[in-house]
Design a protein around this ligand. Sequence first.
Ligand code: ADP
Length: 273
Amino acid sequence: MGKKPLIQVEDVSFQYLVNKDEKIPVLKNISFNIYPGEYVAIIGHNGSGKSTLSKHLNGILKPSQGEVLVNGMNTKEKRLLKRIRQEVGMVFQNPDNQLIATTVEDDVAFGLENTGVPMDEMESRIRFALDVVGMSEMSKRAPHHLSGGQKQRVAIAGIIAMMPKCLVLDEATSMLDTYGRKDILKVIRKLNDDGMAIITVTHHMSEVAEADRVIVIEGGNIVLQGTPREIFQKKAFLQNIQLDVPAASRIAELVHHNHANFNPEIIHSYEIV
Ligand code: ADP
């Protein structure tokens, strides 16, 4: 690509330490780069290590072996973590763990505090972020009174307000219905068109089809990488690792790598099971 990588995952292995005698090996010698502005989907069946991997991308977890570098900054260096997290924002599956303030707008403001962003810019970023996710009307509401899908939108707004170079979504649209997901997909597409790198961990084929590149994880290893079209064509391989892609050939027909004629709506009904 000729560009400098935004994130470098270099030969990363990771074990969870359950107790002093027991380690659960999860990631095994994983290497890949994420470049500025890329849109990458990570897929794999439950327990394959996707979430563990995504938590390595902004230093929530540190590799047991190997390195993760964000714009050259090593996630093992504590003093760099704040800067790393401004560059790589992360939204998780369960928004309840991410929303803590008493109003929606305070929640979106939370990440911006202590970043040195001036107050008037903070206010315009909050307005912008809530507008992007379609939650402006609810800025004074209490987050815990919102629906699961609305909470996910607020959690995404909180990260958008930080203007990271990369947004990592770990099953972050899981609580949205088809229409809500479609709305958020449009938002993510727009952020990506404006230059933000997107990494999405997802079971939804409509999201996978949006990506420039798909990384398939199985048993903590990368077993396949390619464009959505290339991945969907390997139906037998995906089924072998229990990733069933119904009508893969149909999806492959629909996927246009440049997205020019691609309408993700068409394949909303095709999901990995
Ligand atoms: P995925 O996101 O693909 O479902 P995860 O990364 O959540 O996979 O989990 C990979 C493996 O690591 C699973 O076997 C899971 O049980 C284990 N695991 C995940 N989190 C922990 C944890 N905090 N402590 C111990 N084991 C964990």
